[in-house]
Structure formats: structure tokens, C-alpha cells
Design a binder for this molecule. Structure first.
Ligand code: PLP
Length: 214
């Protein structure tokens, strides 16, 4: 339930993205009326529709795999894109943000799970890219951190180890590529089933859906 979760995390340095994918406007508004303003969607069409229908002070976070050719549909309003899993996508987000004269916050997604289905960047590729002129010229994105999803398993040790991996990647990038950037500070990890572990391992953004909408 929403209010229980909010009580649980109110003294912790984490933000909550309420994952509203597949939920009705009515269900979303029920959380809105309890104070929630950050919502997460994983499909472009659904996010566009909800942006149209719902209050304009909602901050929309995109959390699913995003095809480059679809960035243009959300670039005018999306607050943060959690799921940057290729350099091509990063460059396209910059291009579309520029058209709207805005800066879009992004997280670099890494594959920490053992599942084949999950997307993510390779750490060496991105460190290399962050040293290039191409990257220097991306003036309409701000890379504010990293994102990852743990394997869907009951093995808590495995989940904890995967979150530790993501935290290590964050620290690595922080000291290699973002030393002077205070805005590089977010670790987006933790869902309904594993958010306790994620908080213990240093999450700063929880992405929680099913638990909130029960
Ligand atoms: C659906 C989803 C979530 C939320 O999952 P729940 O188990 O419903 O809390 C978090 N992150 C991503 C990327 C998702 O697709």
C-alpha cells in the first residue's frame, strides 16, 4: 500500500518512482491525491496518452527498453529516461531534447541480471565513449546515474550481489568519468520484490509498481 511504503522510506535518501504501466488513470490519480508526483511507464504510446490525460505537474520517467526512433514522441515532456542501453539512443535523446530546447536527465542501464532478456551497456564501451568529442557535444542530456534490474529469483544473495555490482559500476563511473559532476548521484534499483535489499545496497531511486496498486 502506498502510505505504508511512504512511511517506510520517508527517512531514507531514496525517491520513489510509482510504476504506473498498465494502470488506469483513476488508479494513478488515487496515488496523485496522496501526494505522488513521479510516475514510471515502459511504453511510449501509454506514456503519451497518460501525459495528455493527467495533471501536468506529474514528472514522467521512462523505464522500459526504448527504440531510438520513438524518442521523438516523448522528448517534449519526459523528465528522466532510466533505460539508456546504447550510445545511439543517448545521441538520439540529445537530438530530440535539443529540438525542444530542453535537457533530459538520463540513467545508463547496465545488465546485472543473469537473464538473457535484460538490456544494458558495456562498462568499457561507455567509459571510452565518455572521453570522446561526440560525448562532449551532447549539451541537451544530463547523465545523472545508473540503472539496473536484478534477476527474477528468490535467491536473496544473488539479488544482493547484483545490486552490489551496479553500485560498483556507479562508483567506477563516478571516479573515472564524473569526478566533477555532483549531479551524477543516482542509482535506480529496487522493485516490489527486492526494494529492501536495494535500499541496503545504496539505491537512490526505487521503481515500484505492483506493491503500490494492490
Ligand atoms: C514493471 C517494472 C518495475 C516495477 O515492477 P514491480 O514488480 O511491479 O514493482 C520496475 N522497473 C521496470 C523496468 C519495470 O518494467
Amino acid at each position: 500500500m502506498y502510505s505504508n511504503l511512504i512511511k517506510e522510506i520517508e527517512n531514507k535518501p531514496v525517491q520513489l518512482v510509482a510504476v504506473s504501466k498498465t494502470r488506469t488513470n483513476e488508479a494513478i490519480m488515487s496515488l496523485y491525491h496522496q501526494g505522488q508526483r513521479i510516475f514510471g511507464e515502459n511504453r511510449v504510446k501509454d506514456m503519451e496518452q497518460k501525459y495528455e490525460d493527467l495533471p501536468k505537474d506529474i514528472k514522467w520517467h521512462f523505464i522500459g527498453h526504448l527504440q531510438s526512433k520513438k524518442v521523438k514522441y516523448i522528448a517534449s515532456f519526459v523528465e528522466m529516461i532510466h533505460s539508456v542501453d546504447s550510445i545511439k539512443l543517448l545521441e538520439e535523446i540529445n537530438k530530440q531534447a535539443q529540438k525542444h530546447d530542453r535537457t533530459i536527465k538520463v540513467l545508463l542501464q547496465f545488465k546485472i541480471a543473469r537473464e538473457e532478456s535484460k538490456y544494458g551497456l558495456q562498462i568499457n564501451d561507455i567509459i571510452h565513449y565518455l572521453n570522446t568529442n561526440e560525448y562532449e557535444q551532447l549539451s541537451h542530456i544530463e547523465i545523472v546515474g545508473v540503472m539496473g534490474m536484478a534477476t527474477f529469483t528468490h535467491d536473496k544473495n544473488q539479488i544482493r550481489n547484483e545490486f552490489k555490482q551496479l553500485k560498483n559500476i556507479f562508483e567506477n563511473l563516478k571516479s573515472n568519468s564524473f569526478q566533477s559532476k555532483d549531479s551524477f548521484k543516482e542509482i535506480s534499483m529496487g522493485m516490489s520484490g527486492d526494494y529492501h535489499i536495494a535500499i541496503e545496497e545504496g539505491s537512490t531511486i526505487l521503481r515500484i509498481g505492483s506493491l503500490l496498486f494492490q
